[in-house]
Ligand binder design. Structure first.
Ligand code: PA5
Length: 465
């Protein structure tokens, strides 16, 4: 296996799950669809909102700057806090969990770098809790927002800058790095006026596809993660997916199978890593898949209301909650399992309880054997009950395989969106919510939206108990 990640879709096939599965002929019959999606991506990559596909190839200078700035942060600060939400928070969180010690912040200072936090939500208790555990004077805040207008991020920014100014006066700007659009939005204007260090989000890279640009790479560099290896992994996967034949292009095959599953009414996609380190990759995937493919209309404006509802699960934890539903419930979902061949450490289950064979059978095995055996057992149970499932195997979790995994999902999403003939890269539903928030807060320019909200029927007490 080397450093290759693999996609095993045996359990999507009729050979293993009978009529619930697909035949080779059904896949061949959609040859034109997959070829068209492949050609569309190939012809348009790097253009429009597909700038993410070129990130492994065009960032040498900015990578050097990020690594230098990260060194400076590690030498001068105790904490690093990401202020951002959605695509600006999920990637950094996923990389932190995947590639750092699982109890990183709790390690003694000598065994780690700066403490790391992602603010994400605007729950006041969360902000107060953060302020209880960091000394803001010793904290670098990385405010990440492409638009510079997102209410959550900008309110976090305003709260933090007020506190920083009170504590540090004019020097406060040394505690902020702004990651934003080079030209558009408010944050770049503020950054220029206040003299913040800046990194740029290319216009052609949307939030959920931004982990491989400074949005994700700079926080990762601060954590000491090898960001060049991450990009190399993404490049490796990109090159591995150069064939128009889905049997030779794992992302194209993965997209095609989900597309075919959707056509059969399987509108739920469960992502279940069997590794705590990959827990938040499932969260990141949920945004990527849900926000990219959940669309009302096709590119030619036909109403379709397509998309698969992404669900996150964690193996083995959710074997004891969700898996009953997945093995015996409706045939309306595809389960994707992520397995890890070799964990970065292992723990032996010691001998003991000799008189209890029901416990003793575990002795002498390791925890990695147990988690991987339970993964195989779940795959068996799903397959036995004829529920579609597939497995992505990582040889181990490292920066290179993490880069491969993220690129795999991005390519799969782009291909699947092309098969559905939708705009994979917009998010009008999210914008609608953002605009409604602006209107409800009486922001200038949103008067019409406010009128629209005010003219909606008033809620009836009859329906509130
Ligand atoms: O994928 C997306 O585009 C969104 O989830 C954005 O990342 C999110 O809304 C934050 O937007 P911004 O970076 O403009 O603050």
């Amino acid at each position: 296996m080397g450093q290759n990640i693999k996609f095993d879709f045996n359990n999507m096939m009729a050979k293993f799950i009978g009529s619930e599965g697909f035949t080779d002929d059904e896949i061949f019959a959609l040859g034109d669809t997959s070829k068209a999606a492949f050609d569309f991506f190939k012809a348009n990559r790097g253009t429009g909102m597909m700038g993410w596909s070129e990130l492994p190839y065009n960032q040498a200078d900015v990578v050097a700057d990020m690594i230098d700035t990260a060194d400076y942060v590690r030498s001068n600060f105790d904490n690093f806090v990401v202020l951002g939400i959605g695509g600006s928070a999920l990637g950094p969180t996923a990389a932190f969990q995947a590639l750092c010690h699982l109890r990183y912040n709790d390690l003694p200072a000598k065994k780690r770098g700066v403490k790391f936090f992602v603010e994400d939500n605007v729950d006041p208790e969360r902000m107060l809790a953060l302020l209880d555990v960091v000394d803001v004077k010793k904290t670098m805040f990385n405010v990440i927002t492409k638009s510079g207008a997102t209410s959550e991020t900008m309110s976090q920014y305003l709260i933090i800058t007020k506190i920083l100014k009170e504590k540090l006066g004019d020097k406060y700007s040394k505690n902020i790095v702004a990651t934003t659009s080079a030209e558009k939005g408010n944050l770049i204007k503020l950054a220029k006026a206040e003299g913040f260090k800046t990194f740029f989000i290319p216009d052609s890279v949307g939030g959920r596809f931004s982990e491989m640009c400074p949005v994700g790479l700079f926080p990762a560099a601060v954590l000491g993660i090898d960001i060049e290896a991450m990009l190399k992994g993404a490049e490796y996967m990109d090159k591995k997916c150069e064939s128009a034949n889905p049997f030779e292009n794992m992302a194209l095959m993965a997209a095609l199978l989900q597309f075919m599953a959707m056509k059969r009414g399987k509108n739920i996609s469960v992502m279940m890593p069997y590794a705590d380190s990959l827990k938040y990759v499932a969260d990141w995937y949920c945004q990527l898949w849900g926000e990219s493919l959940g669309k009302a209309v096709t590119l030619d404006k036909k109403t379709v209301n397509v998309g698969q509802t992404p669900v996150k699960a964690l193996g083995v934890t959710d074997q004891h909650s969700q898996v009953q539903l997945y093995t015996e419930g409706p045939f309306d979902k595809v389960l994707t399992i992520i397995g890890v061949e070799k964990f970065r450490g292992d723990v032996e289950i010691p001998e003991g309880a000799e008189e209890f064979p029901d416990v003793n059978f575990l002795c002498g095995h390791t925890m990695s054997e147990l988690i991987n055996t339970e993964r195989v057992a779940t795959e068996y149970a799903l397959t036995h009950s004829k529920h579609m499932n597939n497995t992505i195997m990582l040889p181990e979790v490292n920066a290179f395989t993490f880069g491969q995994l993220l690129m795999f999902f991005q390519l799969q999403t782009a291909y699947c969106g092309a098969m559905l003939n939708i705009d994979t890269f917009n998010q009008p539903g999210v914008e609608e919510g953002k605009n409604a928030t602006y209107a409800l807060f009486n922001r200038n320019g949103y008067e019409k939206k406010k009128e629209e909200l005010d003219s909606a029927p008033a809620k009836s007490d009859k329906y509130i108990i």
